[in-house]
Design a protein around this ligand. Structure first.
Ligand code: TYM
Length: 329
């Protein structure tokens, strides 16, 4: 089929992984494995763009790898690796800092503006430069498709711009990648404020269902989730953003599509809907965590080492070509 197409994506091992990561990113990856050659990274050098506790970071790297595996990423089919294990990523990012990436582009990045907020002058340079490292991640592997949640689309656009600029100076070396986001679930929202994205950096954990939350705790969070005015359970992003978000979660973690759910819940109240959704989420977490708990730390070490070897061979080859083109080899 489309075997020759290459997929690349990654997640930062910072904070708790939640159902937004699963629905927006990982569940897409699992489907894509069937038809494409996939490379999935644990992007630890992105994580250190904000302060990390070293012990916790080490633990999260293992945790994210286990989450990939428990979700159904197959290490026999796909390459899974830790970003910092392959120096070609940071080296190419540096080269892009000098060729291709422009201050004006980075200044436009909405995620930087959000994260830096008022502290724009005092945050680390890494936070500003983060999309350039992401471009290097993607472009090293001749990636065709980058499956991500909505919030990363702008960064993939930047990777495309950098690739085009570099190519126009040195020839067609980088493939121009494309982002792919889910039609439903590209942006899972906070349970307490449907105007905000569900986020691992959120201080109030009731906003967010972590993939490693106990099923009981997750049920309570769903029951506490805000709803909208009115009584009908309909998918209406403008007038019923909270219910639309809950319907999306229900459809993505359960077996019924949104349209079906709307029909099935016609004439039923929010309370009943949330109770059923709580059961669906709890069941999903239970099954997921059973798989997660079967994976040992030793398994992870072996898989990451195997992935490093495979990914490094590809990345190093591309980097050599780039080094030659710019004249350092
Ligand atoms: P990160 O670690 O913030 O998020 C990982 C993936 O999860 C998606 N996501 C969501 N999707 C739907 N609803 C949500 N509430 C939600 N929260 C997170 C993100 O869109 C993302 O797809 N810079 C990237 C990591 C990265 C990367 C890459 C991705 C580094 N290099 C190369 C693709 C290709 C990031 O910080 O994602």
């Amino acid at each position: 089929m489309n075997k020759q197409k290459i997929i690349f994506s990654g997640i930062q091992p910072s904070g708790q992984m939640h159902i937004g990561h699963y629905i927006g990113a990982i569940s897409q990856w699992v489907e894509m494995q069937k038809d494409y050659d996939c490379v999935f990274s644990i992007v630890d050098y992105h994580a250190i763009t904000v302060k990390q506790n070293p012990e916790e970071l080490r633990r999260r790297i293992i945790e994210v790898t286990k989450i990939y595996l428990a979700a159904g990423i197959d290490s026999q089919k796909s390459i899974i690796f830790q970003q910092s294990a392959i120096p070609a990523h940071t080296e190419l990012a540096w080269i892009f800092n000098c060729y291709g990436a422009r201050m004006a582009d980075l200044n436009r990045m909405t995620q930087f503006k959000d994260k830096a907020g008022e502290n724009r002058e005092s945050v680390g340079v890494g936070l500003f430069d983060y999309p350039v490292l992401m471009a290097a991640d993607i472009l090293l592997y001749d990636t065709d498709i980058v499956p991500v949640g909505e919030d990363q689309k702008q960064h993939v656009e930047l990777a495309r711009d950098i690739a085009r600029r570099f190519n126009s100076e040195f020839g067609e070396i980088f493939k121009i990648p494309q982002s792919v986001v889910r039609q439903e679930g590209a942006r899972i929202m906070s349970l307490l404020d449907p105007a905000k994205k569900m986020s691992k950096s959120d201080v109030n954990q009731n906003n967010c269902i972590a993939l490693l939350d106990s099923p009981e705790a997750a049920k309570k969070k769903i029951m506490r989730a805000v709803t909208d005015s009115g009584i009908e359970i309909t998918y209406d992003l403008v007038n019923k953003p909270a219910i639309a978000n809950l319907l999306t979660i229900y459809a993505q973690l359960g077996t019924r599509q949104v349209k079906r759910l709307e029909k099935d819940y016609a004439g039923h109240g929010y309370g009943e809907f949330k109770k059923d959704l709580a059961e669906v989420v709890a069941k999903f977490l239970e099954d997921f965590q059973k798989k997660y708990n079967r994976i040992s730390d030793d398994d992870v070490v072996k898989i990451l080492e195997d992935g490093r070897k495979k990914a490094e061979a590809i990345a190093q080859k591309k980097l050599e070509e780039v080094r030659k083109l710019i004249g350092v080899r």
